[in-house]
Write a protein that binds this ligand. Structure first.
Ligand SMILES: Cc1cc2nc3c(=O)[nH]c(=O)nc-3n(C[C@H](O)[C@H](O)[C@H](O)COP(=O)(O)OP(=O)(O)OC[C@H]3O[C@@H](n4cnc5c(N)ncnc54)[C@H](O)[C@@H]3O)c2cc1C
Length: 490
C-alpha cells in the first residue's frame, strides 16, 4: 500500500480534518517535550473512539507502516517522537471518564484524560487519583501508563503501575486485548504490569481502570532551608529512616532556587541557602503534627538554618507551585534545558550530587538539581543554548555521563521519564545482552513486526556505540535540513 493510499484510508476512518499533514500542522507532533529528538512523521491521526483507534492501527499494519501513540507530548525522553515516515496516533480525543465507582474506589478512563482532571472530577466524592507528575495539568493517563509516571507524592503512594487495575489495549495488528479488572478477571500473567511502562511499544492503551484514594483528612507541609547540600542530604536520609514516611520529600539546590524565584511563584529564598527541602505528611489528622515535628527536629539536628510549617493553604500552595514550576522556570536562566532522570540510593545523594557538579563543570555547563529526594530520583536540569553548534550533543552526552554516575552509585537510568530514544543506549549501563534478549522476546510477543513505536526503549543487539553514532548523524541531517526547532523541553 502506498503512503497516499494509507492516508486516504486513515481519512476514511477518522474524517479528513483529523488527518494532519504538512510541515506546519505536523510541527507539534515532531517531538515530545524533549525537542532534541525530533522526526518527520507521514501524518498525525486523531481518532475519536476505540473502533477508530483499532481501524487506524489495522490500516498501518496492513500498509507495513509504523505508528507512534501520543498523549499530551509532555514526555521528556523522546518516547512520542516519531521516526521519519511514521504515523502519529494522537489519543487526545479519547478523553472521556467512562465510569466512576465510588464504592470500590475505581474509575475507568480513556487515555486522553488529563491527569489532574481526573482528580478534579472525583473531588466531590472525597476521592483523588494519587500519581501526580509535576506535569499533571497537561499530561494524560495514557501517557502516564505508558511511562509508568511518578510524581512528588509517589514516595508514599507508589507510581502509576501501583494504581492501574486493568487496561484495554489495541495491539499492533489492530486486535483488542483486555487485562486485569477490564479483562476476564482470572489468574494468569500480569499483563497489566507488562504494559505499564512499555512506552507505546506493545500497543495503544485505549482505556484504563485506575484506583482512586480517599482524600487525606489533613496535610502538614514544612520547608527546611540548609546552608549546605550535605546537611540537606543527611536530613533526607534520616527523615526517611525515622519510621514516619512523608507523602513527599523534595529537594532543590541553589541554582534551582535561583531559577524558581525568577519564575511565576517566587518564594524568596535567602541568598546564603544552598538547599531547600519540602517535606509533606498527610493522612489522619491525629498524630500528623507529631510526624511533622519529628521531621523538623531531624532537620534541626542536621544543621538547618530555617525550618517551619506552612502557615495556611495559600502558603502551602505557593511552595508547591514554586517547586512544580521548576522545569518551566529554567526558561528564566537559559534558552533551553535538558532534564536527566536517574535514580540513586538515598545514601549516595551527597556523593552523586558532587559528581554531577564535576561532570557539568568539565563540560562547561550550568546545572540545577531539583528532584524527588525521598525516592532518590534525581533530575539535573542542564541549561544550554541550542543555537551553539555541537551543544545538543554535548548536553546529551553530559546527561549520559550523569546516568553512568547514578548506575555506578548503585542506581538505575530512569526513575520516571522513561527510556524512549534518550536513554535507549544507556540501558547497557544496567543490562547485559541476555537481560535485553528477555525483554526483546517479551516485546516480540505483542509486536512481532516492530511497528509500535519502533526504536524506542530497547537498543539494537550489540550495537550500542554504532547506534549512538548513527543517531547523531541522523540528527545532524535533520538539523541541516532546517526541519527541527531549537528549544528543549517545556
Ligand atoms: C514540566 C514537566 C514536568 C514533568 N514532571 C514529571 C514528573 O514529576 N513525573 C513524571 O513521571 N514525569 C514527569 N514529566 C514527564 C511527562 O509528563 C510524563 O512522562 C507523562 O507521563 C507523559 O504523558 P503524556 O500524555 O504527555 O505522554 P506523551 O509524551 O505523549 O507520550 C509518552 C509515551 O507514552 C506513549 N503513549 C502515550 N499515550 C499512549 C497510549 N494511549 N497508549 C500507549 N502508549 C502511549 C508514547 O508513545 C510515549 O512513548 C514531566 C514533564 C514536564 C514537561
Amino acid at each position: 500500500m502506498s503512503s497516499g493510499t494509507l492516508i486516504e484510508e486513515l481519512a476514511a476512518v477518522v474524517g479528513p480534518r483529523y488527518v494532519l499533514r504538512g510541515r506546519a500542522a505536523l510541527l507539534p507532533y515532531a517531538s515530545d517535550a524533549n525537542r532534541i529528538f525530533a522526526g518527520r512523521p507521514l501524518c498525525a491521526v486523531c481518532p475519536a473512539d476505540t473502533a477508530q483507534v483499532a481501524a487506524v492501527v489495522s490500516a498501518c499494519h496492513r500498509a507495513g507502516v509504523a505508528f507512534v501513540p501520543r498523549g499530551a507530548g509532555t514526555g521528556l525522553s523522546g518516547g512520542a517522537s516519531p521516526g521519519d515516515g511514521e504515523v502519529v496516533v494522537s489519543l487526545a480525543r479519547l478523553n472521556r471518564i467512562r465510569a466512576v465507582d465510588a464504592a470500590s474506589r475505581t474509575a475507568v478512563v480513556e487515555p486522553g484524560v488529563v491527569n489532574l482532571r481526573l482528580s478534579q472530577h472525583v473531588a466531590p466524592l472525597g476521592l483523588y487519583y494519587a500519581p501526580d507528575p509535576s506535569s499533571q495539568s497537561a499530561c494524560t493517563i495514557g501517557g502516564n501508563v505508558a511511562e509508568n509516571a511518578g510524581g512528588a507524592h509517589c514516595l508514599k503512594y507508589g507510581v502509576t503501575t501501583n494504581h492501574v487495575l486493568g487496561l484495554e489495549v489495541v495491539l499492533p495488528d489492530g486486535s483488542l486485548l483486555r487485562t486485569g479488572a477490564l479483562g476476564p478477571r482470572c489468574q494468569g500473567y500480569d499483563l497489566t504490569g507488562a504494559f505499564c511502562g512499555s512506552e507505546g511499544t506493545m500497543g495503544v492503551v485505549i482505556a484504563a481502570c485506575v484506583r482512586l484514594l480517599p482524600r487525606p483528612q489533613a496535610v502538614r507541609t514544612a520547608l527546611a532551608l540548609f546552608r549546605s547540600v550535605e546537611d540537606a542530604a543527611a536530613a533526607v536520609q534520616r527523615v526517611t529512616a525515622c519510621g514516619v514516611l512523608p507523602a513527599a520529600l523534595e529537594m532543590m539546590d541553589q541554582n534551582a532556587m535561583t531559577a524558581v524565584d525568577r519564575g511565576a511563584y517566587p518564594v524568596g529564598y535567602p541568598p546564603d541557602v544552598r538547599a531547600a527541602l519540602l517535606v509533606e505528611f498527610d493522612g489522619l489528622a491525629r498524630g500528623l503534627d507529631e510526624h511533622a515535628e519529628a521531621a523538623m527536629a531531624i532537620c534541626r539536628q542536621c544543621g538547618v538554618s530555617e525550618v517551619r510549617q506552612a502557615r495556611d493553604d495559600a502558603e502551602r500552595h505557593l511552595w508547591w507551585n514554586n517547586r512544580k514550576a521548576a522545569f518551566a522556570a529554567m526558561g528564566t536562566v537559559a534558552r533551553a534545558y535538558y532534564v536527566a532522570d536517574g535514580v540513586i540510593p538515598r545514601t549516595a545523594l551527597t556523593t552523586v550530587l558532587g559528581q554531577i557538579a564535576e561532570i557539568a563543570a568539565d563540560a562547561r555547563l550550568w546545572v540545577a538539581d531539583v528532584f524527588h529526594a525521598g525516592d532518590g530520583n534525581l533530575h539535573p536540569l542542564i541549561a544550554y543554548d541550542p543555537a551553539v553548534a555541537g551543544m545538543e550533543r554535548r548536553v546529551v552526552e553530559t546527561g549520559s555521563a550523569i546516568l553512568a554516575a547514578c548506575v555506578r552509585a548503585g542506581g538505575v537510568v530512569s526513575g520516571e521519564h522513561g527510556v524512549g530514544l534518550e536513554k535507549r543506549d544507556e540501558l547497557y549501563y544496567c543490562f547485559d545482552e541476555q537481560d535485553l534478549a528477555a525483554q526483546r522476546d517479551l516485546h516480540a510477543i505483542f509486536d512481532p513486526d516492530d511497528r509500535a513505536n519502533p526504536g524506542k526503549v530497547l537498543p539494537l543487539p550489540g550495537r550500542c556505540a554504532e547506534v549512538r553514532a548513527a543517531a547523531w548523524d541522523a540528527r545532524a541531517r535533520v538539523a541541516g535540513a532546517g526541519e527541527r526547532g531549537g528549544a528543549a523541553a517545556g
